[in-house]
Each structure stands twice: as C-alpha cells, then as structure tokens.
Design a protein around this ligand. Structure first.
Ligand code: IPM
Ligand code: MN
Length: 355
C-alpha cells in the first residue's frame, strides 16, 4: 500500500527526532512492502519565522489531505514573548482542532529494561505498570472563553473550563472501548468536588457505564490521582480525563517511566487520519546537538501504523526493535546518567538494525 504522511517537524529537536522516525518508517516500508510518501509542512516557531504565522493555511490543508500526520515539537525561547494567539503552541492547538482530533492516547508503561530509571521505590514498581491515558483534546479550558478585563482588583485575565455532554460522551466512548480491549478497568479523573463541568463529566461517565457492564469504572479526584500515580501506578489500566488534567497527569506518568523522552502519543478524531507526536517538548537547550532521544517519536510512528493504517505487524516490529535496543543496554543521554550514550542517529540506526 501507499500512504501519504504529512511531516510537521516544528522547532528545537523536532527536525532531528522526526528525521529518525522517517528513517525507521522507510526501512519498515521496504521490509513489509509499503510506500510511505512524506511531505513536510511548516508549523510553530519555524513557521512564524518563514511566513509570519504559526499555522499557515497550507499546513492545515496539507494535513487534511494526508493519510496521517507525524509531528516533532513546537516552541522555544525565541517566540516566548509573542502574544498568546501568535505563539507556536497556538499552532498545535489549531491543528488538533482543525483536524477534529478530540482523542489523545498517551500510553505510559514501564519498560523492564528501564526499571532502574524509574524514580519510584523498587517495591512500588516491582510488577511494572502499563497505563493508557485517554485525554480529551479539543475542549475544556484550552478552548473555552477567555480574555482580559477590569475586575474587582483592577486588571484581570480569565479562562473557562466548559464541556458539553456531547464532548464528554465521545471521549468516554473511546475510553470505554479502549478499556474493553485491555484489562477492562477505567478510572475517570475529575474535580467534581468543586467544578460543575466535572459534575457533568461524572454524570455522563456513570450513565455510559451502564452500556459497558464488563468495565469496572471508578471516579477519582485529580489531586488524589496525582498522588496515586506515584503511590501505586499499577492500580491504573485506562484513565479518561479532561484536556488540562490529561496534560498534567501525562507528564507525571511519563516521568515514572524513566524519561519523558520515551512517551509517544496518538491524536485521533472520527476517521483514521491522526496526528502522532512525542509527548515531550522541543527541548531548545539540546536542539541541533544530535543527542535527543528519538524513541518517543519512533514509537509515535509505530502508533500511526497501528491506529491510522491498521498495520499491526509493522507496528509491533518497531516496538520490538526499541525493546531489543533497550534490553541490549543502549541509551541516549537522557537515560544514561552520565555514562557513555548513543547519539540520536546512532540509537536510530540500532533500532533499524533490530527491525
Ligand atoms: C502537550 C503540550 C501541549 C499541550 C502544549 C505545547 C500546547 O504540553 O502536548 O502535552 O498542552 O497540549
Ligand atoms: Mn503537555
């Protein structure tokens, strides 16, 4: 088969890690008889520099015309002082929204080879953990009404958390179905002791639970969830939560896997076209040094093969190759703790050798 993939390399380490994933995909294509065509488009700070805007129209059109999208990272100090609607991050929100990607899947699992990198006590992670965070991605406070105004104490700014029943239902449907394919355990995370939007969220979850009698569902307040993630991560199978809570909890979950450089993500909507990106940022401090860990992006490409193209074997081949490389003890600098490490291109080549 032939697949057209839009590449949004973005800023900082984005180009290096996307190049790594492309190399891996090309080899997978050759091995399994597929052709992946790659078309790059501008996004983020590099798009601002070239065109004056973070998300040019051609980028949106190119992504919508593609079979799937692979993204590196956006942002950097150079663009930090721009107004909110001109920041690189706005492009990320814009493309997620333009593509209708309301689901964000963020798997966080502890690779046996990386147990020693987990900052949690050994007995806590003795049995590892394997969590799928289902984060709502196009609603909530990220997209709610906002602004600056004069208030009781003078100038003030506000952002609003708003969720419709429809938005909650569609993300929870994904979460319940994900749970059905895994260990049938779903924890819905909210702040229903304070927020009305969370009370509606909870109400929807409870109603939908009746249609999934096999799934064991529970509610958890987000502050408690932040604690439970480090107290006993193995208690979680599938988590479903709002845009902002999911953003925060997925960073926390990534850290207990050893390195944020390991976590991929898939953003999906109503069709098979998705956007795949590492959950980490653009790491401007190490950009251009060929030292970034490309694994999260390579695993994001593996998620693309699975979720967008239904290429199960091909996707597994990538995950297995990554596993083998880690088992063999190869590490990038983020995981090497000062010991000798492989560069971005070296670890990519190791993964390719193991395909
Ligand atoms: C992420 C990032 C983004 C988010 C930022 C860069 C807009 O933190 O993908 O987790 O908050 O969604
Ligand atoms: Mn984040």
């Amino acid at each position: 088969m032939n697949y057209n993939i839009a590449l949004l390399k973005g800023d900082g380490i984005g180009p290096e890690i996307v190049d790594s994933a492309v190399k891996v995909l090309e080899v997978v294509g050759k091995k399994f008889g597929h052709v992946f065509n790659f078309t790059p488009y501008l996004i983020g700070g590099s798009a601002i520099d070239a065109t004056g805007e973070p998300l040019p129209k051609e980028t949106v059109e190119g992504c919508l015309a593609s079979d799937s999208v692979l993204l590196g990272a956006v942002g950097g100090p150079k663009w930090d002082t721009l107004p909110g609607n001109m920041r690189p991050e706005k492009a990320l929100l814009g493309i997620r929204s333009a593509m209708g990607l309301f689901t964000n899947l963020r798997p966080a699992k502890l690779y046996p080879a990386l147990k020693g990198d987990c900052p949690l006590r050994e007995d806590i992670v003795a049995n590892g953990f394997d969590i799928m965070i289902v984060r709502e991605l196009t609603g909530g406070i990220y997209f709610g009404e906002r602004g600056f105004r004069e208030g009781k104490y003078g100038e003030e700014a506000y952002d609003t958390e708003c969720y419709s029943r429809m938005e909650i239902e569609r993300i929870c449907k994904v979460a319940f179905e994900t749970a059905m394919k895994r260990n049938k355990k779903l924890v819905s995370i909210d702040k229903a002791n304070v927020l009305d939007s969370s009370r509606l969220w909870r109400n929807v979850v409870h109603k939908m639970a009746k249609s999934y009698p096999e799934v064991e569902v529970s509610d958890m307040l987000v502050d408690n969830a932040a604690m439970q993630l480090v107290r006993n991560p193995a208690q979680f199978d599938v988590i479903v939560t709002t845009n902002m809570f999911g953003d925060i909890l997925s960073d926390e979950a990534s850290q207990i896997t050893g390195s944020i450089g390991m976590l991929p993500s898939a953003s999906l909507g109503n069709n098979t076209r998705g956007l795949y990106e590492p959950i980490h940022g653009s790491a401007p401090d190490i950009a251009g040094w060929n030292v970034a860990n490309p694994i999260a992006t390579i695993l994001s490409a593996a998620m693309m093969l699975l979720y967008s193209f239904n290429l199960t074997k091909e996707s597994e081949a990538i995950v297995n190759a990554v596993n083998k490389v880690l088992e063999a003890g190869y590490r990038t600098a983020d995981l090497a703790h000062g010991a000798p490490s492989l560069s971005t291109t070296e670890i990519t080549d190791k993964i390719i050798e193991n395909l």
